[in-house]
Write a protein that binds this ligand. Structure first.
Ligand SMILES: Cc1cc2nc3c(=O)[nH]c(=O)nc-3n(C[C@H](O)[C@H](O)[C@H](O)COP(=O)(O)OP(=O)(O)OC[C@H]3O[C@@H](n4cnc5c(N)ncnc54)[C@H](O)[C@@H]3O)c2cc1C
Length: 227
């Protein structure tokens, strides 16, 4: 398999093309780190963009929802043409000039046709991956869905074929003549971290907090991220 997705006219940004990335490693890391994504599709002639959770297994991205949900119903017929995005905001970029303010970010755009997952084994695998995406280890540490719950849940699969990533990093880029202005300029890093677990009000006090939930999780990639 190629180490990179092949850029197409649809996945080539018009602006800042040097910020575009197509290598699978970069794309996978962004998708795996992003807690949520946004699914865009056209419903009855109108564009809709819905936030949702996702999980990646190899080169397939899965999302799930109620069988009565809009995208699930739309996909039933002949697949659903979608644009799925995942975004990580890494910092506020503050420039001296209003015009040059920005954000540091890593984002992925996936274009394609999502299909409804019919195979029960693939559906179970996808649902497990969706749980583990939220917190690794969770799928094995809860009651599995029963037949009724499985029947009420639809899973969509989207192959990673037409994919782009875009990354902005580094400080503000002010015009040289503005560098002496008295305004603070630089980057305020941002990161998403988990807080202290709060037990459910009806949790048996004897139920221990599992180790995989006790450690604070920071949704940031390990070092070596390719930019
Ligand atoms: C958090 C965040 C904030 C942003 N804020 C702004 C803003 O305020 N103003 C602004 O102009 N832009 C902003 N951007 C960048 C924006 O997403 C577009 O990249 C930008 O508008 C230029 O689009 P374009 O015309 O080159 O893309 P187009 O030419 O319309 O896009 C063509 C293709 O390029 C690829 N592509 C474009 N953008 C991205 C992306 N971000 N990630 C992955 N693939 C991409 C897609 O495959 C897309 O189909 C922001 C991005 C992020 C992640």
């Amino acid at each position: 398999m190629d180490t990179a997705y092949r850029p197409t006219t649809r996945t080539t940004p018009t602006r800042y093309r040097e910020r575009a990335h197509y290598d699978r490693k970069t794309v996978h890391r962004i998708l795996d780190e992003a807690l949520i994504c946004h699914l865009g599709y056209v419903n009855a002639g109108r564009p809709v963009v819905l936030p949702t959770t996702h999980a990646r297994l190899g080169e397939v991205l899965y999302i799930h929802g109620s069988t009565g949900g809009g995208p699930m119903l739309a996909a039933k017929l002949s697949g659903l043409s979608v644009c799925l995005t995942a975004t990580l905001v890494d910092g506020l970029v503050l420039a001296r000039a209003a015009m040059h303010h920005s954000l540091n970010y890593r984002s992925v755009v996936v274009l394609g046709t999502a299909r409804l997952v019919e195979d029960p084994a693939e559906k179970r695998r996808a649902l497990g991956a969706l749980l583990d995406h939220i917190r690794s280890g969770r799928a094995a540490d809860c009651r599995s869905p029963n037949a009724r719950e499985l029947a009420a849940t639809a899973v969509l699969a989207l192959d990673l074929v037409e994919v782009s990533a875009k990354v902005r990093s580094g400080g503000p880029v002010d015009d040289p003549e503005d560098s002496a202005l008295p305004h603070w300029a630089g980057v305020i890093p941002l990161r998403l971290t988990s807080g202290t677990p709060q037990p459910a009000s009806d949790l048996d006090a004897a139920t221990p907090l599992p180790a995989y939930l006790a450690a604070a999780v920071e949704r940031r990639p390990m070092s070596g991220y390719s930019r």
